[in-house]
Design a protein around this ligand. Structure first.
Ligand SMILES: [Fe+2]
Length: 288
């Protein structure tokens, strides 16, 4: 698959042709050199969990179903630190959010994203919201079917992960679902068995990763060992603008309109984006 990779001394390796063709549209494999990095040793991750604010640490029982109502997600009865220490046997799933708040992880995120920017793709320039997430999960854990609002590279550090990525098209993801998501609804979606045939499976082992485009639905299952994954994400004006237009469409639909789907009309999209920003500025001005 990968013909001409960039310099192997960089943290991430891409096939430049594939990156140019697929970024933001379809998932594709990447390679990385982070698997032995000291920031991903369990002791260092424990230190990170203690450093982060409590609301940046999310964890629950890991033996969930693909189709999971977020309100019903079971807890595991342990503290976050205990969950990490006992991750091999406590059948749990834990995510540390915004790990870039720790300067060492922040520096690593920036160095990874510099390689992404170097690819020169027009949608991956002027990165303005950089976030990184660290997933620690027990053997066999499942991350239910969901979408995310950012460009994402999921990098496997330890163990094996099977990630099923679905196309972000209207055959399995409705305009209304996207509108609700960008207006604050939970990331988990309702999964239907018939969707599964549209999935692309990526089996990730340490040193491998996958690009997941914005709002491409996916669900994940761990292999038979503890899994550690590092997710580097970012937003640009392109992704921010798209989210805003969905938010405007949600507001219009709630008022009884049938808004034109995002991407179907350039001038309507621009009008909604412009209108949203004007209203936001006026609100800020009046609230002073
Ligand atoms: Fe995700």
């Amino acid at each position: 698959m990968t013909a001409a990779l960039s310099t192997p001394t960089t943290l991430l390796e891409f096939d430049p042709t594939e990156f140019a063709r697929e970024f933001g549209q379809r998932p594709f494999r990447v390679r990385h050199h982070l698997a032995d990095h000291p920031l991903f040793q369990l002791d260092r991750i424990l230190q990170l969990a203690q450093f982060l604010p409590e609301d940046r640490v999310e964890y629950n029982a890991g033996d969930l179903s693909v189709n999971m109502d977020p309100a019903q997600t079971p807890r595991n009865g342990l503290s976050a630190q205990e969950t990490i220490r006992r991750i091999a046997e406590c059948r749990s799933w834990l995510v540390l959010k915004n790990v870039e708040q720790d300067p060492e992880y922040g520096d690593l995120l920036n160095r990874c994203l510099a390689v992404v920017e170097q690819q020169g793709h027009p949608d991956a320039q002027r990165i303005d919201l950089r976030e990184a997430f660290l997933f620690v999960s027990s053997p066999g854990s499942i991350t239910p079917y969901h979408i995310d609002p950012e460009w994402n590279f999921l990098l496997q550090i330890r163990g094996t992960k099977f990630i099923y990525v679905f196309p972000s098209d209207r055959s399995i993801l409705s305009e209304e679902e996207l509108e609700r998501f960008f207006s604050g609804a939970h990331r988990n979606l309702v999964f239907k068995e018939e969707y599964q045939q549209q999935a692309r499976l990526f089996e990730l082992t340490p040193g491998e990763g996958v690009h997941v485009p914005v709002t491409a639905p996916h669900w994940v299952k761990n292999g038979d060992e503890v899994s550690i994954s590092f997710s580097i994400t970012f937003q640009t004006r392109v992704s921010e603008r798209r989210g805003i237009i969905y938010r405007v469409n949600h507001a219009l639909r709630q008022r009884g309109w049938k808004p034109t789907p995002v991407g179907n009309s350039g001038w309507r999209d621009e009008l909604k984006y412009f209108g949203y920003r004007v209203v936001r500025r006026l609100r800020r001005f009046w609230s002073r």
